[in-house]
Every structure is written in C-alpha cells, then in structure tokens.
Design a protein around this ligand. Structure first.
Ligand code: 13P
Length: 250
C-alpha cells in the first residue's frame, strides 16, 4: 500500500506561542499516523516549533526560501539558515508567491535547484487561475510550470521533489476541484514528467493536491490513483481539522 504525504502550510498565521501549541497538539495527535506529515510554520516560529517536533514523525518545513546562500539580500532567508534550525522541506512557487509577489518560473527554478543542492526537499507548487482554466489553457500553464520549475533537476534528484497541484481558484475559497478533475490534472502532470524523465520516475513521483482540503473531502481525494497527498492551508491551522486529514485512513 502506498503512503501519502500530508503537509500543512500555515501561511502568515500564528505567533510563536500559538505555533508551539499547535505543533504540540499535532505531535500528540499524530503519533500513530501512517502517512508522511510535514508542517510549515512562519519563519519566526520555525526555531520554537523545531524543538517540539524534534525526534517525532513530523517533518519541519518552510514556506519559502531565498534564491541565494548568503549576501546582500535584505529580507530573504537562506537555505543555510533553514537547515540550521532543522528544516528539512521547503514549499516553493506557491501561487501566493507567484501572483502577489510576482515570482517567475525562472526564480522558482533557481530556488528548487538551490534547495536540492543544500539537501532540502522542495515541494514545487503549480496551478492555473480560473481565467486560465476557462480559456482552455490549463495544460499549457501547468505543463510549463512543471517543466520550467524542474529545469536542470537531475533524474537522480527527482525522488526528493514533490509537486503540489493547487488550482488557484480553489485556494481558500471553499471550492475544491472535484476528485475527478484533480486526478485528471495530476495524470497530466505525470505525463509531462514522463516526457522529461521516463515512465518509471514519473509513476514514482509524489503529487499532492491543495485547495480547500478538509476532513470531509480528504479521503475522497486521496482515493484517486494520481493523488499522493495534500497541501493544506486553512484546515492546517487547527489540530482538530488537520489531524483527521493526516489520519484519513485511520
Ligand atoms: P486552503 O487549504 O486554505 O485552500 O489553502 C491551500 C494552500 O494554498 C496550501 O498551500
């Protein structure tokens, strides 16, 4: 039986004390979880949350990362700083970074390559806007984000990368892609990966779905053959909603 990768993106929420409380509740609630679980608090809470999840089955992730190791980059966070705190995974190219902060595929690709070189496992986010979907450009947009985001990633490194398909129109809106729609896009992403790396690595790739994942729709989404996990926003902010998502098979 395959295992799933269930990740919580806490976005710009929670003080250090609130983050520690949530992390403690998750450690208590997810001890028997069968899936790979990651939480990504705000940068300011990483250090404190690292102490809580150390030695547990919960992986510590960051929500973003600067594209350089060090230097004159005011406001940026280096992968070296993340590793220093015990961070093992990093979300890159989230649609909020692409759309609100104008991150390009080229910049995101630079971060993906740097994360891998530094031993951080990237989650590369891709997804179309409603306008792009309605104009019939879904495959072109998502395909290009996958190809550009992974440019230069060696086949030997691919297993460390996760793709998160997050349709922009489903994020924080309560609108979930139907499991069938999401699965079809995941299958398309796998086809693109197959063209780049061959069928076996494409089949082995972990592709998460994100966008209004909740306790009551997680199992239905995860049942689809091409959906290998979830990247959860709003419902990741409470143990009462994230734990049942991560434990959807229990
Ligand atoms: P919601 O679960 O709040 O829709 O957010 C999804 C997301 O953007 C996770 O990265």
């Amino acid at each position: 039986m395959r295992s799933y990768y269930m990740a919580g993106n806490w976005k710009m929420h929670k003080t250090v004390a609130e983050s520690v409380a949530l992390a403690k509740a998750l450690v208590a609630g997810l001890g028997n979880c069968k899936e790979r679980v990651m939480i990504a608090p705000a940068f300011t809470a990483l250090s404190a949350v690292a102490e809580v999840v150390k030695g547990t089955n919960i992986i510590l992730g960051a929500q973003n990362m600067g594209p350089e190791l060090q230097g004159a980059h005011t406001g940026e966070i280096s992968p070296l700083m993340l590793k220093d705190l015990g961070v093992a995974a990093v979300i890159l190219g989230h649609s909020e970074r692409r759309h609100s902060y104008l991150e390009t595929d080229a910049l995101i690709n630079k971060k993906v390559l740097l994360a891998l070189a530094q031993g951080l496992d990237p989650i590369l986010c891709v997804g179309e806007t409603l306008e792009e979907r309605e104009a019939g450009n879904l495959e072109a947009v998502v395909g290009a984000q996958v190809k550009e985001g992974l440019k230069g990633v060696a086949a030997s490194e691919l297993g460390k990368v996760t793709i998160a398909y997050e349709p922009v129109w489903a994020i924080g809106t309560g609108k979930t892609a139907t499991p069938e729609d999401a699965d079809a896009v995941h299958a398309y992403i796998r086809k693109v990966l197959g063209g780049m790396y061959g069928d076996a690595p494409a089949k082995a790739m972990c592709i998460q779905y994100g966008g209004s994942v909740k306790p009551d729709n997680a199992a239905e989404l995860m049942a689809k053959p091409n959906i290998d996990g979830a990247l959860v926003g709003g419902a990741a902010l409470k143990a009462e909603t994230f734990a049942p998502i991560a434990m959807f098979r229990s």
